[in-house]
Design a binder for this molecule. Structure first.
Ligand code: GLU
Length: 555
């Protein structure tokens, strides 16, 4: 009578290694007490999801703050979903956020002693473990066709039994070794299933590092662990890889909570200690008053590329994500006047459980705060790098005169409460285009937004006069005093009280003639500090613009 040993040999004759050898090859890591080994394990499906960035940031932060290791594993066992080039894309996008793995898959080649870090290159390891499970009677070849499985599902539905391949519904679970060998020899296609010892009426308990104790029904399903294409399923690959890579803390999406009993069942069967789990909440979005998961199909912001393309500062994104990761983060930034993530102590216990809500307004708030604090030289470099990739026209404009553009970027920046106009690099071009004569000329041609209440003659004569009298190279109060003088000469009040007492006697007040000047120079009723603007534009350009507007007003 044939034994499981014969069956294992028949299925995997090429596999010669043992679990003991793997244990020796991938020894326990020599790390200090409390150091966590975490990982980010994406599937190469073509893009980095914002939720994945969130998870990887948390994994990275935990490893760094505990003196542990953070590694990157590419989970490419679902060949139908694999998109060519995703590995490069994922690592390079994470790299833009400074989330660089200590070890793992890198497009230029693996780094680290616990590899390979790409699952499709780990077949030998999976098969070694599976061969051993077969020998121990804890895994078996299953010969069900999709039609057979469909028939089982229908029969279960008919008697209202739970779906799945378990207990008496697991058709091939109790075949004899001889029967199995016969089918294999006859060339019947097979997959390998794990043979669960679980009992659906019992509970499995585990402590989640975020949620505390979780109690779920024990697993009694004989899940597929090796598919017909020779690659493992997620369940088995996770158990095997995180064991041999010596992960101490699994940080993964909360959608994996229901499968955890399967994984614990396998860890038990293999006699391995399971790592701890931290199931990270999904990123949610408020959609017409309802909370729902951020969706790749519906929401542009579900893809990290969206933020990179529109030019968000990567640090700002991380700061925002940290604010949804830990509820005390925002308070901390205010108390410490800091956005330096390295100084903040992240804590899994402080994660909110009811889903992290993604709010663009909040992100923009953080982004503006952070952009405003970046020293101008640094910001210039970031904007230039971004523009080179994403906005050729803007790139040409800013590189035509770099010192000029730096002055523009620096407006109201070097001060305790800097100006906060920009949430992302793409906000800069439209808000600064008026500084460039050709752009300003287009605005003039389209018509400047002067208020109706100012008559053309007043606008024209005031600007014409100002073009010769504007003071340059003086401090702001002196400049403003000069401006007021010209305003007064054209019938505007320069004193608030006098204007209030008798508005009819004037053409307007200080804010009115300032607005006329602002509209003439910037094409808008809102702008940064006018004095800084005229100094940047320079005497010649200012005079030119004022004269052109004065002429056009009367034309
Ligand atoms: N490849 C899995 C996924 O993308 C990883 C889950 C895990 O981190 O274990 O969902």
């Amino acid at each position: 009578m044939a034994t499981n040993l014969d069956l294992a040999e028949l299925l995997f004759p090429e596999v010669k290694g043992t679990i003991e050898e793997l244990e020796a090859k991938y020894p326990a890591r020599n790390l200090k007490e409390g150091a966590e080994v975490t990982r980010f394990a994406p599937s190469p499906t073509g893009f980095l999801h914002t939720g994945s960035l969130f998870t990887s940031m948390i994994s990275y932060t935990i490893a760094k703050t505990t003196g542990g290791v953070y590694f990157f594993r590419l989970e490419d066992t679902d060949t139908k979903r694999t998109v060519e080039g995703s590995g490069e894309q994922l690592t390079s996008q994470l790299g833009e956020f400074g989330i660089v793995a200590d070890e793992g898959y890198f497009p230029e080649g693996d780094k680290g002693a616990y590899g390979p870090y790409k699952q499709s290159e780990r077949r030998e390891i999976y098969k070694t473990v599976i061969k051993e499970l077969i020998k121990r009677g804890r895994a078996y070849p299953d010969f069900c066709t999709p039609e057979d499985l469909d028939a089982i599902r229908k029969a279960q539905e008919a008697v209202k039994a739970l779906p799945g391949y378990y207990g008496t519904w697991a058709r091939d679970r109790n075949l004899s070794v001889d029967e199995r060998i016969e089918k294999i020899k006859a060339g019947t296609p097979w997959v390998i299933r794990f043979k669960s010892n679980g009992d659906h009426d019992r509970k499995t308990k585990f402590v989640d590092a975020i949620r505390g104790e979780i109690e779920l029904q024990d697993n009694d399903t004989d899940v597929v662990i090796l598919k017909s294409d020779g690659l493992p399923t997620y369940h088995f690959a996770h158990v095997c890889d995180d064991h041999f890579m010596r992960t101490t803390l699994i940080t993964r999406g909360e959608e994996w909570i229901p499968s955890t009993p399967i994984h614990l069942d396998m860890f038990r069967a293999l006699g391995w200690e399971a790592p701890r789990y931290a199931h990270i909440p999904s990123i949610m979005k408020l959609d017409h008053g309802n909370k729902r998961k951020l969706s790749k199909r519906k929401d542009a912001e579900a893809a990290v590329s969206y933020f990179l393309e529109s030019g968000y500062n990567t640090q700002a994104i991380l700061v925002y994500l940290m604010s949804i990761a830990n509820s005390n983060f925002e308070e901390w930034t205010i108390a410490n006047h800091s956005f330096d993530l390295k100084e903040f102590t992240f804590s899994l216990e402080k994660m909110s459980l009811d889903g992290a809500l993604f709010d663009m307004d909040k992100l923009n708030y953080f982004a503006k705060e952070i952009m405003a604090r970046i020293p101008v030289e640094e910001l210039f470099g970031e904007v230039k790098t971004w523009a080179e990739k994403h906005d050729a026209e803007f790139f040409a404009r800013i590189t035509s005169d770099e010192p000029y553009f730096k002055k523009i970027l620096n407006i109201e920046r070097d001060r305790p409460n800097p100006r906060k106009d920009y949430a992302k690099y793409s906000d800069i071009a439209p808000l600064t285009r008026f500084f460039y004569h050709e752009e300003w000329a287009k605005m003039l041609a389209d018509g400047l937004p002067f208020q109706e209440k100012f008559d053309k003659e007043t606008i024209s004569s005031f600007l014409k006069d100002l073009s010769g009298k504007m003071l340059f190279g003086v401090d702001e109060p002196t400049w403003f005093a000069g401006l007021k003088e010209v305003g007064a000469a054209h019938g505007f009040a320069t004193d608030k009280k006098a204007y209030k007492a008798n508005p009819e006697a004037f053409k307007g007040n200080v804010s009115d003639f300032s607005e006329i000047l602002r509209v003439a120079l910037t094409g808008s009723r809102m702008s940064p500090n006018l004095h800084e603007i005229i100094e940047i534009l320079g005497k010649e350009e200012v005079a030119k613009r004022l004269n052109e507007v004065a002429e056009k007003a009367l034309a």
